[in-house]
Structure formats: structure tokens, C-alpha cells
Design a binder for this molecule. Structure first.
Ligand code: BG6
Length: 375
């Protein structure tokens, strides 16, 4: 798997490996008939999981964005409060954690010094720890009480893509598992989510068909030096990672921001020189998603009044967003909690094509390494 095969770079190959990475990370851990998730490698008793007071998620870079999405999943499915921290901050912040709490460490490599350091700090304080890693027997896995491996295969490109979507899938599995253990997820709801999860790989394959559209967008926007990525709720972490991908591989400055916050400052930046990428999908079965969608439509109207250029991610069948945005990339219908795994794909592709169009070393961006093993 470590060769680029027929692909020009590892990054584009790994973007296209996401359907398989998702299948390999989820299929063997769920039973649709019984509507259950099984995570034996978590090795923390149901009793202890039922008595959990709080969960901390600690990670770096793209892995922390997965944790931010996982926060919404765990809150919604298990009803447990979650805090997300930068590993580099957590370790020296004298965190107020202790027994009765769980700290989830997310790290593709399993060797990031900030994250392994944070794990040791959490254990010192009496917290149980679960690692989500893509490398079997990595340091983070060896030193954790429990582990949930992502099965994304080797990720060579410095910018993380397939490991990121696999991390979000692993967090979704954990959230559903925890919800079932804590009797928060009725069987019918569990069956609904498991069915949707098993169908997600095919939806990633479908959204990969927007690659040529993303390439054309990169061709149109490759000379712009600033972008704003916007998302609400669970889509905000995706805006953050879309911005990080663009920074990492194309050296273009980009900022991820909660959409509702643009009126408190960033709106001053939006004009024809600062393209806005906004996640404006909608899960019509989720009342909160519908409310956020209406607000997003209003935001897009406002940006257009300011001569802003808007690239929108909208749900298939949407007509309102596409009538307002300059460009619309359609995302297949899926439950709100699973949409992020689909939404990140066009943002990864856009960043990739921007880097290629700017003639940069896509897989080995300057000043970056795949895993920062020294603090
Ligand atoms: C950075 C990588 O060095 O480390 C990012 O360039 C990654 O892609 C971050 O998200 C964290 O790495 P890991 O292995 O802890 O997930």
C-alpha cells in the first residue's frame, strides 16, 4: 500500500483510499442484526463507562479536529460532557482531571510527543485512557488502558486525510458503543446508525466524483492568498481541517471559523479578495440541522451582498444554496453526525489541487513532518 500506484502523489491516493479505510475501520465492529457495536479492545468495563463523569479528548493537528467532531457525537449519542484540548497545551496546563474520567488520545502515528506526554499526565492524575491510533503497538497504544485502532493502512503523505476520516468513524463507533452501554440508544436508533455507517463508504465513493470540480476550483482560485472556511456545530471541525489542509500543502493562508461568529469580526475581511468556503449541508431529519441550515442560507446572502465569493458544500437536492453561492459541491444525504466524514473529502481534494496548481511538493510540505516525536 505504500506505493503511489497509478496516482500522482500519496495524498491523492490516500484521499481515494478513504472508502476502504472506512470499511476496514467499521465493518468488523458492528452487527446490524443485533444492532450492536463491539469494541473489546477498549478494555474498560461497562460499569466504569456507565459511571463516567466526563471525557477529555486530547490530540494535535488534524487528529484534534477529529476529536472536535467526536465531541458532538459523544454528547449526542451518550450524553457525556466532552472537553477537547490541544495536546501541546494539555500536558502543562495542570489539567483538572482525575479518577472517574476518561481521556481519549487521538494520534495517527501513535508517537506524537505532545500526545504521548498528555497521556502520561492524564494517567498520573488518575484518568483512564483510550488511544485511537493507526499504528498497531505504537507508544500511545501500549501505554493506554484501551485502544481503538483505525485500519486506514499506512498514511505516507504528511497531510492527514484517510486517517482523519477513519478517526471520525472510530469516534462515532465509540460514541454509539458508549450510548448503548449507558442505555441512551434504543435498538431502532442503533440499527439506523449502523445501517447508515455501513453505507457510508459508498457515499464517500460518490462524493469522490467531485474531484474534477475541485480541480477546476483550484484552477480558478489558485492565485488567492487567503480563504475563510466556515462551519456550524459538528461541521466547524471540518471547516478547521479544510483550512489546515490548505495551509499545510499549498501554503495559502486559511482560517476555519464557526459560521455564526463571522459577524463578530471576520465579516470585515469578506469581499471579492477573500473567498469563503461554507459548509451548508442539511439533515432534514435533524431539527437542529434545519435551523442551522436556514442561518447558513442567510449568511451566504450576506456574503454575496459584500461581493464575497462563496464556495458552498450543500446536500444533494438542495436548490436554495446553489442559487446563491458562486460554486456548489453536493454532498450525499446522511445523518448529521456522519456528514463530516463526507464533507471533508472535497476540502481535501481542493487543498490537493491547489498545491499541485501552485507547483508544490504535495506529500512533503516545507517545514512539516509526519509525526513530531520531539516536543
Ligand atoms: C503533524 C502532521 O505533524 O502532526 C499532521 O503533519 C498531524 O498531519 C499531526 O495531524 C498529528 O499527528 P498524529 O500522528 O499525532 O495524528
Amino acid at each position: 500500500m505504500a506505493s503511489t500506484a497509478e496516482f500522482a502523489h500519496h495524498m491523492i491516493k490516500e484521499i481515494f483510499e478513504q472508502p476502504q479505510a472506512l470499511r476496514d475501520t467499521t465493518a468488523s465492529r458492528v452487527s446490524l442484526e443485533e444492532a450492536v457495536v463491539r469494541l473489546p479492545e477498549v478494555r474498560i468495563s461497562p460499569q466504569e463507562l456507565r459511571s463516567l463523569r466526563r471525557i477529555n479528548i486530547v490530540a494535535s493537528g488534524t487528529s484534534r479536529h477529529a476529536g472536535m467532531a467526536g465531541q458532538y457525537m459523544i454528547l449526542e449519542l451518550a450524553g457525556v460532557q466532552v472537553d477537547v484540548d490541544y495536546a501541546s497545551e494539555f500536558e502543562y496546563s495542570n489539567p483538572l482531571i482525575g479518577p472517574g474520567e476518561l481521556t481519549i488520545l487521538i494520534t495517527q502515528s501513535g508517537e506524537t510527543a505532545d500526545t504521548t506526554g498528555a497521556q502520561r499526565e492524564a494517567k498520573l492524575k488518575g484518568s483512564r485512557t483510550v488511544a485511537i491510533s493507526n499504528v498497531v503497538d505504537s507508544t500511545i497504544a501500549r501505554e493506554a488502558d484501551g485502544v481503538i485502532y483505525t485500519h486506514a493502512g499506512p498514511e505516507i503523505s504528511i497531510a492527514s486525510t484517510k486517517a482523519f476520516s477513519a478517526q471520525m468513524a472510530a469516534l462515532f463507533l465509540f460514541a454509539l458503543y458508549l450510548g448503548q452501554v449507558r442505555n441512551k440508544v434504543p435498538k431502532a436508533l442503533g440499527q439506523y446508525y449502523i445501517r447508515e455507517l455501513l453505507g457510508l463508504a459508498d457515499k464517500i465513493k460518490a462524493v469522490l466524483r467531485c474531484a474534477s470540480q475541485c480541480e477546476k476550483l483550484a484552477d480558478k482560485y489558485h492565485r488567492f492568498d487567503d480563504f475563510l472556511f466556515l462551519g456550524r456545530a459538528i461541521h466547524y471541525p471540518i471547516a478547521m481541517d479544510g483550512a489546515l489542509k490548505l495551509k499545510e500543502v499549498s501554503y495559502v493562508h486559511a482560517e476555519g471559523y464557526p459560521t455564526g461568529e463571522t459577524k463578530h469580526g471576520p465579516n470585515a475581511l469578506i469581499d471579492e479578495h477573500l473567498p469563503v468556503v461554507i459548509i451548508a449541508t442539511c439533515d432534514r431529519n435533524d431539527p437542529g440541522s434545519v435551523v442551522r441550515y436556514e442561518k447558513n442560507v442567510s449568511n451566504i446572502r450576506g456574503f454575496k451582498k459584500q461581493s464575497g465569493q462563496v464556495i458552498a458544500l450543500a446536500s444533494e437536492g438542495d436548490t436554495e444554496v446553489s442559487s446563491l453561492a458562486d460554486h456548489t459541491i453536493y454532498i450525499p444525504q446522511a445523518p448529521e453526525l456522519l456528514l463530516p466524514i463526507l464533507e471533508i473529502v472535497p476540502l481535501q481534494l481542493f487543498a490537493y489541487y491547489m498545491a499541485v496548481r501552485r507547483g508544490l511538493d504535495v506529500d512533503r510540505p516545507r517545514n512539516l513532518v509526519k509525526s513530531v516525536t520531539l516536543e
